[in-house]
Design a protein around this ligand. Structure first.
Ligand SMILES: [Zn+2]
Length: 295
């Protein structure tokens, strides 16, 4: 371990807000969440990566795209002199998986379903290859740190996965929830609300110390807990309507009613969350389709 890393005090959060020379007002945020485990945001890019420093190399999540990956590499060099040797992609969406070429020594890990979606890329945004794939679970030792990857279903995309450090009890997810807000409907076309519910339920059982979220510098576990309550309430509301319709008229009645539920059903206890008025209809529609249609 480089001596400057040893000297970083291990507290719940060490925040170093440093100005990056390039980019007006661009700031990087580095939080040490546990010994050798960091949440890093660079520049103006609205993405965060988990950075795990192992004995011989560094693991990162979601470099996003090339300019961000280059900035991330510079920031990692201020934490450790070890190279990035493993990149875990949270899911296949193209805005999360670019820039891997900036780390030529790294093996790339993604859920098995990433490959078939990467094969459809026509803009050249995806990695040229995926080195390691998994189905429902993968566990590996990364230079003294145990890493678990779970696939709980197609939560956001077919290759949606969760990274979990079982010793530190830190999780990394992408695009599954916001802080007291509703994910914009335009990004939810391939979300499965039941898989999101399952991810949040499973993570809620793990007694997390930090829940790192790919688009937020908050690592608050409370954000996750509040969103679990929201998705459970959404499920109960929509499932109740679908059950009533099934009993009264079978699947045809569900299909007749599905169009009106997004505009009629409400969850007023979340009315103060950002995006509630605009995006609740999309969340109701996705939940109804996930329950009735499978996606
Ligand atoms: Zn996504």
């Amino acid at each position: 371990m480089p001596h400057h890393l040893k000297n970083i005090t291990f507290t719940i959060i060490v925040t170093l807000a440093l100005l990056v020379p390039s980019g007006a007002g661009a700031a990087q945020v580095v939080k040490e969440l546990a010994e050798g485990v960091f949440m890093v945001k660079v520049g103006d890019f609205p993405y965060t990566s988990l950075v795990v420093v192992g004995d011989d190399g560094v693991l990162i999540t979601d470099p996003a795209f090339t300019p961000r990956a280059q900035a991330l590499k510079k920031t990692i060099a201020t934490i450790t002199d070890k190279p990035v040797t493993r990149i875990v992609l949270s899911h296949e969406h193209y805005d999360h998986v670019g820039g891997t070429e900036v780390f030529p020594d790294a093996e790339i890990v993604c859920h098995r379903n990433c490959r078939s979606v990467f094969a459809l890329d026509v803009l050249g945004r995806v990695p040229k290859k995926v080195d390691v794939v998994f189905d429902n679970f993968l566990s590996f030792d990364f230079g003294g740190k145990t890493v678990h990857l779970y696939h709980y279903g197609p939560a956001d995309g077919a290759g949606s996965s969760v990274l979990f450090l079982p010793v530190e009890r830190i999780a990394f997810t992408a695009d599954l929830y916001e802080s007291r807000g509703l994910t914009p409907g335009k990004w939810m076309d391939d979300d499965n609300s039941l898989a999101i519910l399952r991810v949040l339920q499973e993570l809620n059982r793990k007694n997390l110390t930090h829940a790192v979220n790919a688009h937020s510098t908050s690592t608050s576990v409370r954000d996750l807990e509040e969103n679990l309550a929201f998705v459970e309430d959404l499920f109960n509301l929509v499932f109740g309507e679908i059950q009533d319709a099934m009993q009264s008229g079978g699947p045809m009645a569900v299909m007749q009613n599905m169009e009106r539920w997004p505009n009629e059903l409400k969850l007023p206890q979340y009315a103060d969350w950002h995006g509630y008025d605009e995006h609740l209809p999309s969340h109701i529609r996705r939940m109804a389709l996930s329950i009735f249609h499978g996606g």
